[in-house]
Design a protein around this ligand. Sequence first.
Ligand code: FPP
Length: 253
Amino acid sequence: MTLNPTVLDVLPADLDVQRLPKHVAVIMDGNGRWAQRQGLPRFMGHRRGVDTLKQLLRCCKDWGIEALTAYAFSTENWGRPMAEVEFLMTLFERVLRRELQEMVDEGVQIHFVGDLQALPNSLQEEINRAMVATQHNTKIKFVVATNYGGRREILQACRAIAHKVQQGELAPEAIDEGVFEHHLYTAGISHPDLLIRTSGEMRVSNFLLWQVAYAEIYVTDILWPDFNRAAFHLALHDYQKRHRRFGKVEPEG
Ligand code: FPP
């Protein structure tokens, strides 16, 4: 039985379905500040941040967006207090275990991108389980950047390509953008059209450095745990007002 869609399920009338971003990427910033403002410990902000991410994934799926990438943990985040790092690793693992069946049922295809081998073994096992279980799903791609750094991603691609050249498997002249992209963690995933950062910081913070070359950037002062459907609606509305020229000029007329 399919239930009637609620008002929230359908794309708001002021958004043009033809001009939606195919891929949205989010820098989920402000969890710690959100918690501090409520007089709560920082980890409560991360917990609440998971709920926000889940709602955003559902919203993207409901509104016909093909891919959502979330920056969950950067290569620099290891520099946080040990207790916070351990909390986050355990949180990722618990959330994956808890949400996997629902993601399978809802047609979510989950990917993890980053230097995954440095993650705790038990988390790597959950990640592998989730990627295998959802690999044939087609409703939406959900990409979680974990122990991710754009510079590290580019370096490892260079190293892999150099190795192939050294082995005689690849000619230097054959290295083009397509070959390079094939060696990124995100091989096979489209580039984000819209990059959203919460909490007001105007930085890219080593996120998808290659892939956001022509993404529209939207920064909001809202802290991540408060980034709800209405806030996402505003971001999409703003995106639809932009003229994406990809370095070209608009035809006159
Ligand atoms: C940034 O806020 C947030 C993070 C470093 C962690 C984000 C992770 C989640 C929301 C969990 C996602 C879970 C899964 C399974 C994908 P901050 O701590 O830097 O906030 P602050 O700038 O206010 O200190």
